[in-house]
Design a protein around this ligand. Structure first.
Ligand code: URA
Ligand code: SF4
Length: 217
């Protein structure tokens, strides 16, 4: 069955609690079928900084909260190192249900990157969160989040750590907010990289987050 996207499930409200409740009923794409539950964003409701990841992972899917697993712990450390208060930010994902494969029956669930169709289907939730939180700075963690809001041709490697703005409305993304936007890598990429490179990759993530801290100062 062709899914129609999240649009029809998103209520006309800026109340984050109402949005999160409504997301439980979303069938905007097929990812709700296999996941445990929707994982909506969380944190400070009028945060100056909104961080956007890709999609919940295995632990987030079980807990129902974003960035509580290994990537979340790394992100917490990076935020602390950059001087950003983890309790003062809002954290969410481009896609709200966990997409995974099981290489063998009954075995561990392995993260699968969401398709462009799924990212676009879920974007109305993300836009509603942006409209509600109205952050001064948005941090795009990884290519999925970056392409969701900057366009499918956006090159993260060319622009990480820069201070940008969302592109002018192209019909697809009509935003009522105009925050400063800092793209950087996804914290999982630091964990997945070769052990010898991890410290360097972590420091580079912190350096990008220090750009964010500088905008807040
Ligand atoms: N990775 C993400 O992109 N988001 C999470 O919530 C957890 C891991
Ligand atoms: Fe809805 Fe997003 Fe979940 Fe798809 S991934 S069902 S669009 S909340």
């Amino acid at each position: 069955m062709a899914a129609t996207g999240a649009e029809e499930y998103v209520p006309a409200t800026r109340d984050l609690g109402e949005l999160a409740d409504a997301a439980h009923a979303c069938k905007g794409c097929d990812l709700y079928l296999e996941a445990t539950q929707v994982v909506f964003g969380g944190g400070q409701r009028s945060a100056a900084v909104m961080l956007i990841g890709e999609q919940p992972g295995d632990q987030e899917d079980k807990a129902g909260a974003p960035f509580v697993g290994p990537a979340g712990r790394l992100l917490d450390r990076a935020l602390t190192s950059a001087g950003i208060d983890r309790n003062a930010v809002y954290v969410t994902n481009a896609v709200k249900h966990f997409k995974f494969t099981r290489p063998e029956r009954g075995k561990r669930r392995i993260h699968k990157t969401p398709s462009r169709t799924e990212v676009v289907a879920c974007r109305p939730w993300l836009i509603a969160e942006l409209d509600s939180v109205r952050p001064d700075v948005v941090v795009l963690l990884g290519a999925t989040a970056a392409k969701s809001l900057m366009g499918n041709d956006f090159r993260l490697t060319a622009h990480r750590g820069e201070v940008l703005r969302f592109p002018a409305a192209d019909g697809a993304v009509a935003l009522d907010v105009d925050p400063q936007v800092v793209p950087t890598v996804h914290p999982s990429s630091v964990l997945r990289g070769p052990p010898a490179d991890r410290d360097k990759a972590f420091d580079a993530l912190v350096a990008d987050l220090e750009v964010v801290a500088g905008l807040l100062a």
